[in-house]
Design a protein around this ligand. Structure first.
Ligand SMILES: C[S@@+](CC[C@H](N)C(=O)[O-])C[C@H]1O[C@@H](n2cnc3c(N)ncnc32)[C@H](O)[C@@H]1O
Length: 209
């Protein structure tokens, strides 16, 4: 089955995420900045980079290598047009649920609102594989709430194609799974959204690295 993200225009994704009743783009950008501030990585990989939300927050004096990964080549082309001048930017088009990555590892792997769409199989393996010795994984998960759990209705109806392949991930189970893989949680925080939903940011470090 083809990945539904391949059929969604970036304008629709960003229009949806920026809609008054969603308003998630700014929060995701802020949480990426928070992870950068907490980890000060010399290199970072953003899984599911979409249109590059948050890349304007990278401090090039600290972070010299930035890899944006996504399954959608048109999104990456938009990132190239928007952020091509960012020193050290590399873009990689890959289905992270399908193939094993063979990239040089980075100090910080950031995956925001990503595993809800991909599941925790090969994509999580790839995420952990990309973490360099001594490096970290930062993850943003959407928390359960009283508010609408599905893809919020907006004028961008193409987004509703994601309904059947979006599943919330339980934070406790996720942390236990990462513990089992040798990664411990060393920082976590929550961010409420004006719409009633909330995000959880967790930063994990490898025990033995
Ligand atoms: C909800 S967006 C991530 C949010 C984004 N990080 C932000 O801050 O706006 C999910 C992204 O993951 C990408 N994606 C979904 N499945 C993927 C897969 N199997 N491999 C790589 N990228 C995938 C989509 O194309 C999309 O850009």
């Amino acid at each position: 089955m083809s990945n539904p993200w391949l059929a969604i225009a970036l304008e629709d994704y960003e229009g949806h995420m920026g809609s008054d009743n969603v308003r998630q783009l700014e929060a995701l950008s802020d949480l990426f900045k928070r992870a950068l501030d907490l980890c000060s990585p010399e290199s970072v990989a953003v899984l599911g980079v979409a249109g590059g939300n948050g890349l304007q927050r990278v401090d090039s004096a600290i972070t010299k290598r930035i890899i944006g990964l996504d399954i959608n080549a048109r999104y990456l082309e938009a990132v190239r047009q928007r952020y091509g001048a960012l020193p050290g930017l590399e873009l990689c088009c890959a289905d992270l649920a399908d193939k094993h990555l063979s990239l040089a590892p980075v100090e910080l792997v950031h995956a925001a609102l990503f595993f809800e769409h991909t599941g925790l199989g090969r994509c999580l393996e790839n995420a952990l594989f990309l973490v360099a010795p001594g490096g970290k994984l930062s993850v943003v998960l959407q928390l359960p709430s009283e508010a609408e759990q599905d893809v919020t209705p907006t004028p961008y109806s193409s987004m509703q194609a994601l309904r059947d392949c979006f599943a919330l991930i339980d934070v406790s189970q996720f942390c236990r799974k990462l513990e089992g893989k040798g990664f411990h949680l060393f920082q976590q925080e929550q961010r409420s959204l004006p719409t009633g939903k909330a995000f959880w940011l967790g930063i994990f470090a490898h025990r033995t690295r």
